[in-house]
Design a protein around this ligand. Sequence first.
Ligand SMILES: C[S@@+](CC[C@H](N)C(=O)[O-])C[C@H]1O[C@@H](n2cnc3c(N)ncnc32)[C@H](O)[C@@H]1O
Length: 211
Amino acid sequence: MTGDLRHPIFARLYPRMDAATARAGGADHRAELLKGATGRALEIGAGHGANFAHYPPGVTGAVALEPEPTLRARAEEAAARAPVPVAVRAGTAEDLDLDDASFDVAIASLVLCSVRDPVRVLAELRRVLRPGGELRYYEHVRGDTPGMVRYQRYADLVWHHLAAGCRVARPTGQWIAGAGFTVVRERRFIFPESRVPNPAGPHLIGVAVRD
Ligand SMILES: C[S@@+](CC[C@H](N)C(=O)[O-])C[C@H]1O[C@@H](n2cnc3c(N)ncnc32)[C@H](O)[C@@H]1O
């Protein structure tokens, strides 16, 4: 795993933005993401640890990686309150300093939009998951109409400068399906619902099993 990625302004704003999103339904999405997860868990790009409170009791312990130091400090506070043991560590998801087949479940939540190389990250997640292990994902993704995709591509010209490298037009669902996983459950929805289309509106919540 490599060093820190610093986004100090985003790191200060994101927990507040996420609190508002949580009240609008984001907390329910996180609970849906994690419902029924069991065993040893790896979460990448854990941010300020918004998922930790939703880890179910079947999770025996978790490693949570976060490369942004301010967010990582917040994640450490959240880990102290979490219902299961969570070890927060520095690290980017493209190069996991973790053993092959050493996790039962991997969690990617609002992060495959932001990593530098999502295909490589998925290969790394596949490597560290045991055969039959689960990738649980909650991601905003490329829209499913040509008009939306065009809009997202325009938005991406500026979006990633404002949101710490986040891109809205990524076909993350297709990448997951092509990365050695079988999708066993997936729900597609727009969030938040708004009159003006939000380029980051199309979302997926799903579970894919490592082949
Ligand atoms: C939008 S935030 C989401 C945080 C958290 N996963 C959540 O659900 O609230 C994106 C996160 O991805 C992290 N990130 C960016 N590039 C990364 C990388 N290459 N590897 C791992 N995490 C990364 C950022 O530091 C940030 O915490």
